[in-house]
Design a protein around this ligand. Structure first.
Ligand SMILES: Nc1ncnc2c1ncn2[C@@H]1O[C@H](COP(=O)(O)OP(=O)(O)OP(=O)(O)O)[C@@H](O)[C@H]1O
Length: 415
């Protein structure tokens, strides 16, 4: 990712309870959260968390109940005071700031949307949407104008003068979102913001958020305990367990390389064909030969024999994919032809390839259609690697078995 870092969390800890210092010392000795609680009645909320959040991304924090998600997100705006560590926002450590500096940064950059709709029942929708601005001391005219714009963004401008109880649950949550948007924050912190909504409205709100994000990119930190939600909206996901961040990555990265059994358990049962693309799983373990080797089909043939492969992928000097040759076709060429200058089309099998962004579902018939692994190409038709039937099946099943599938490394190209 090329975007600059917006938030950097460095060795962040939160210890709740009477003996934080002792708990920190015990943590450093290697005791776990349970043992520390038994000894000190002190709870480790977050321990030694370090990660970066890039500008403009939706960063989802996921984990089981009690894993530390809410504590983590509340330390990003210091609603919860960290026990130690740093939270750098645009390079400035908010943990080290005095109250005035903190208030300024919160106003200028941060806004939070909570799970409960938390609307004031006696205020109109507009007043509710303007509430954050009112707290910030923005004058009435400006805040109503900005609140109205925010209501427009979530499709509720016609309801501005209504009272909250006239709205459905989904609409109320939209008002909550509008309140977060009205302050026009760089960073939106969303704590289980859609969790209380029924599934249809929840999906609608996720779409809404993605639409808003497509229009004006904010940095969004989104807490969820729901994997489908995390994968739907998250550019990257951090997975928390027992106060620790155990893995950070794109959904594809985590799905393909879960850090441990806890992470694997989260992803078990996820259908990888919905998430992974051809480019995610293609490997470069097949033989490729330059098209000019047609001057000397023997070299290509030797390479195939040496690597014990039946097919090679013919590429031009730009790595553009030209077709597939088999050992049989090369032998035939050697026996019957007078050393051609290029591998002639007759020796190239019909080109069936897939694009790197094709879903695994889409490429299944193509993988099945030919004896050779399916070549995967980029936008310019360049060869990126291939997917064999074996690799395809391993990918399909790796999430259902306890044993991680043994994937061929993508970089280990055959010679
Ligand atoms: N104010 C507090 N005092 C003592 N312990 C706390 C406090 N707040 C949180 N904890 C503890 O810190 C740990 C992390 O809690 P946190 O609420 O951050 O988890 P979570 O992943 O957000 O859970 P959930 O999904 O249930 O909201 C838990 O063990 C919790 O009991």
């Amino acid at each position: 990712m090329t975007e600059p870092v917006k938030i950097e969390v460095k060795n962040l800890y939160k210890i709740f309870g009477p003996q934080p210092k002792k708990a920190m010392a015990l943590l450093k000795q290697g005791l776990d959260k349970e043992a520390i609680f038994e000894k000190t009645e002190t709870t480790v909320g977050v321990q030694d968390a370090s990660f970066e959040i890039f500008k403009g991304e939706i960063f989802v924090i996921m984990g089981l109940s009690g894993s530390g998600k809410s504590t983590m997100v509340r330390m990003l705006n210091r609603l919860i005071e960290p026990t130690s560590g740093q939270v750098l926002i645009d390079g400035e450590d908010i943990v080290a700031m005095n109250d005035d500096q903190l208030v300024k940064v919160r106003r200028a950059k941060l806004s939070m949307v909570f799970q409960s709709f938390a609307l004031m029942p006696h205020m109109t929708v507009l007043q509710n949407a303007a509430f954050g601005l009112e707290m910030d001391g923005v004058d009435k005219q400006t805040r109503e104008q900005r609140a109205l714009q925010a209501l427009e963004q979530v499709g509720l401008e016609a309801w501005a003068e209504s009272m909250p109880d006239e709205l459905s649950g989904g609409m109320q949550q939209r008002v909550g979102l509008a309140r977060g948007l009205a302050v026009d924050p760089d960073i939106l912190l969303m704590d289980e913001a859609f969790s209380a909504l029924d599934p249809l409205i929840r999906t609608e709100m996720q779409d809404e958020l993605l639409k808003l994000q497509a229009k004006a990119k904010r940095t969004i930190v989104f807490i969820s305990h729901d994997l489908d939600e995390a994968m739907r909206i998250g550019d990257r996901i951090a997975i928390m367990e027992g106060g620790r961040v155990v893995q950070v990555g794109t959904p594809e990265e985590i799905l393909q390389n879960p850090a441990d059994d806890y992470v694997r358990a989260f992803f078990r049962g996820v259908d990888p064909t919905n998430i992974l693309t051809a480019g995610d799983i293609a490997t470069q373990t097949q033989v490729t030969i330059p098209i000019t080797d047609g001057k000397n089909p023997r070299a290509g043939l030797q390479r195939l024999v040496k690597n014990d492969r039946d097919y090679a992928y013919v590429l031009d000097s730009e790595k553009t994919f030209k077709g597939v040759v088999s050992t049989d076709s090369l032998r035939d060429m050697l026996e019957n032809d007078n050393v051609p200058h290029l591998i002639p089309n007759a020796y190239l099998e019909e080109v069936v390839a897939a694009h790197k962004d094709d879903s695994l579902q889409d490429i299944l018939p193509k993988v099945a259609a030919h004896p050779w692994p399916l070549p995967i190409l980029d936008d310019d038709g360049r060869y990126l690697g291939a997917i064999s039937k074996n690799l395809f099946l391993k990918t399909l099943h790796r999430n259902q078995s306890d044993e991680p599938a043994d994937m061929e490394p993508a970089t280990n190209g055959a010679q």
